[in-house]
Design a protein around this ligand. Structure first.
Ligand SMILES: *Cc1c(COP(=O)(O)O)cnc(C)c1O
Length: 228
């Protein structure tokens, strides 16, 4: 077994273990492999192991890798989106985790229509309030969900957040629990369904799963010790 295969199996097992610990059904959490900065050969090795969805955070890298990988890969865009890159992201990514304002949401919707695409999007929320983090404020979520309900091409499937890297378990649970509560409230206030929560990375995905994550975005734990 290669180091990459071993790491992938270990992370998959840890995701299952966290599902069980949380009393959640098997396969209720999707493991998204975050392949940003990793060379193509490692994505190809993962593809051969059955991985079909990859997360990228820079548009040029997404474009390069998408052109070189098989067509059945579903690309997730997880990075900050500059307005002038929206069209390129829409052309390649089926799922966008980082829509951080109503303005961008509407622009995504218009361009998706022009390009004949219907991407799934997450509204990114800055729960921790860290200045270095992207995302809308918790107070902006309801208005954004209402705006998303009127979109014709993008489909808003839920909320996304990033926790501070150095946070302890208690703070992580507070942040992830807040995102879940925001989702629950927005569903009630807007009368819509937001089934997905994209939260949890290499250092904190068990806590995110305990709080209801449906997608965890894991990079460094999968590529640890793998020669580039
Ligand atoms: C890089 C990144 C991840 C993965 O982080 P790891 O700690 O390497 O697992 C997840 N989400 C976003 C938005 C990222 O930029």
């Amino acid at each position: 077994m290669s180091q990459l295969q071993e790491n992938l199996a270990a992370v998959q097992a840890a995701v299952r273990a966290a599902e069980i610990a949380a009393g959640r059904p098997a396969d209720s959490v999707k493991l998204l492999v975050v392949s940003k900065t990793m060379p193509l050969n490692l994505l190809q090795e993962l593809y051969a192991l059955g991985v079909r969805e990859f997360g990228e955070n820079r548009e040029p890298e997404l474009e390069q890798k998408a052109a070189a990988m098989p067509d059945d890969v579903i690309w997730h865009f997880i990075g900050p989106v500059q307005s002038n890159k929206i069209r390129k992201v829409v052309k390649r990514a089926g799922i966008i985790h980082s829509v951080d304002s109503v303005e961008k949401l509407l622009k995504f919707d218009r361009i998706a229509g022009e390009e004949g695409k219907t991407p799934e999007v997450f509204l990114e929320v800055n729960v921790s309030g860290e200045l270095s983090k992207g995302g809308m404020t918790p107070e902006q979520v309801v208005d954004a969900v209402k705006a998303a309900a009127d979109c014709r091409f993008v489909k808003c499937c839920g909320l996304m957040t990033m926790a501070p890297l150095a946070a302890e378990t208690e703070e992580l649970r507070q942040i992830f629990g807040t995102l879940r509560d925001l989702r629950d409230r927005a569903e009630i206030e807007c009368g819509c369904s937001l089934p997905q929560l994209s939260m949890g990375m290499s250092g904190d995905f068990p806590e995110a799963i305990a709080c209801g994550a449906t997608v965890v975005r894991v990079g460094s734990k999968i590529f640890a010790g793998v020669p580039k």
